[in-house]
Design a protein around this ligand. Structure first.
Ligand code: ADP
Ligand code: MG
Length: 458
């Protein structure tokens, strides 16, 4: 009991330094440390809303704070609801049962608008060349919903600001008098849909989504292969679009690259404006770091900020994580200077991950050709015998999985069409699931490419 209390108190002080007094009092103060079991740390809160809010918005910060406070490696944080704070903490087993129960049931039907993160505003969004087009489009939609671009379709890799940008529109439109905004993730939408079928409330489900002025659906790629909801969503889309209501959608890839998405939805998603978010360049990354730092009380040197901006290139979420780590280090170790060498150690796992991301299609083609004993130019040839075609498909699959190249660039590198690449990906994925030899080959190649004897997380 003392162990968790001490750990939490240290982490809390750390968080107090990081957050504004307002945010700290509202979100962090009410958390109660409960129990530690194995590598799990259980934190109690008063209600469902708090639990979901913390899990969605503060979990990584809390994890970083606990890590700095000395929590053991690889620990996890779980929030659970305990309605009467005076009660002694329940046993870890009971809490786990509760959490499991909650996850099994899925989230409850959410009140409209309840999930807009107050931090995700236009004011907090740093604009640079990588996102200025998407930002401009989102801004225009916020000014005149239903009129500028409908639908607005924003795609891009994870952690590049999709959710932030569309929620910024949500905030703006919500402030217009008499408008109804609904933000939902595709996952929630799916859960609600399934629930509405079992509870025979599909009419309510339908009405809810058809009665809004702005419908924002995040991460639509999760609709892939879910036919019944695609049908339902198709009609919702039409109903809203016809009555001039605004629709905003995000995805991790362009609509025509989502395998298992009905063609009629793909074409509707392309009716309005399609725009991409990319990883910001160095200057914008630095501007984001400066901006985020201004919300904390700690000041880092320019050298430290530049080092982070220079080395974290995959996504903005990781960029923020690195900044938070540096800030917590400085706030805890008041007498130790944060040098670049110390920072390198502090961020080692993040920097290692960054490195491994830099695999090129070239390297993949070479390594795969070597593995299967075929010639490198068989990778781009038109020959079809299985002994060449199969390795080629593996290389295409790995290029999709291990590089951040766009489909068109990969297609070009193999001198093939988009469709051929996508087909190669599904075929290889299927083979990998049924054929242990195939799986082993891909494992070996992946490890070689990542120069890591244990890596295998495709
Ligand atoms: P995605 O939905 O694309 O995975 P998010 O919108 O969740 O990404 O963004 C990840 C994090 O990066 C969030 O904390 C978000 O506030 C921040 N972020 C992304 N883009 C910007 C930006 N241009 N300026 C400031 N913060 C950003
Ligand atoms: Mg998102």
């Amino acid at each position: 009991m003392d162990e968790i209390r001490n750990l939490w108190n240290a982490a809390r002080e750390n968080l107090r330094e990081l957050l504004t007094a307002n945010d700290f009092d509202r979100w962090l103060s009410p958390i109660r440390p409960s129990v530690i079991k194995g590598n799990k740390i259980f934190l109690a809160v008063d209600n469902d809303f708090f639990r979901d809010w913390l899990a969605n918005n503060y979990k990584s910060l809390i994890v970083e704070a606990l890590r700095s406070a000395g929590a053991s490696d690889g620990f996890e944080v779980e929030f659970f609801v305990q309605t009467s704070p005076e009660d002694p903490p329940p046993s870890a087993d009971l809490i786990e049962k509760k959490i499991h129960e909650h996850k099994r049931r899925g989230p409850k039907t959410q009140v409209l608008n309840s999930t807009l993160n107050p931090m995700n505003t236009f004011e907090n969004f740093v604009v640079g060349p990588s996102n200025s087009f998407a930002h401009g489009a989102a801004y225009a939609v916020a000014q005149s919903p239903g009129k500028a671009y409908n639908p607005l379709f924003i795609y891009g890799g994870t952690g590049l600001g999709k959710t932030h940008l569309i929620q910024a529109v949500g905030h703006r439109v919500q402030d217009l008098p008499g408008t109804k905004v609904c933000y939902t993730t595709t996952e929630t939408l799916l859960n609600e849909y399934v629930q509405s079928i079992t509870e025979k409330t599909t009419i309510e489900f339908r009405n809810k989504y058809r009665s809004v002025d702005l419908l924002i659906i995040d991460d639509i790629h999760f609709l892939a292969g879910k036919n019944a909801i695609q049908e339902e969503f198709f009609h919702t889309f039409n109903a809203l679009h016809m009555s001039g209501k605004q629709i905003i959608i995000t995805s991790d890839r362009p609509a025509n690259e989502i395998t298992g998405l009905e063609q009629r939805l793909v074409s509707r998603f392309e009716w309005g404006l399609v725009t991409q978010l990319e990883m910001p360049d160095f200057e914008t990354r630095l501007a984001i770091l400066r901006y985020k730092q201004s919300a904390a009380k700690i000041r880092l040197t320019d050298a430290i900020l530049s080092f982070i901006a220079e080395n974290v290139k995959t996504n903005i979420r990781t960029l923020e994580g690195a900044l938070m780590r540096a800030i917590s280090f400085v706030s805890i170790n008041k007498t130790v200077e944060l040098t670049i060498d110390r920072l390198r150690i502090l961020l080692k796992d993040l920097l290692d991950k960054e490195q491994e991301k830099d695999i090129t299609v070239d390297e993949i083609q070479k390594t795969v050709a070597e593995h299967y004993g075929i010639r490198l130019n068989d990778m781009t040839s038109k020959k079809r015998p299985q002994c060449v075609a199969l390795p080629r498909q593996v290389a295409m699959f790995l290029s999709r999985k291990l590089t951040r190249k766009a489909l068109s660039e990969i297609a070009q590198a193999f001198e093939k069409t988009h469709a051929t690449i996508l087909h190669a990906c599904t075929t290889t994925q299927d083979r990998m699931e049924t054929d242990p030899d195939m799986r082993e080959s891909i494992r070996t190649i992946t490890r070689k490419l990542k120069r890591d004897p244990l890596a295998f997380d495709l």
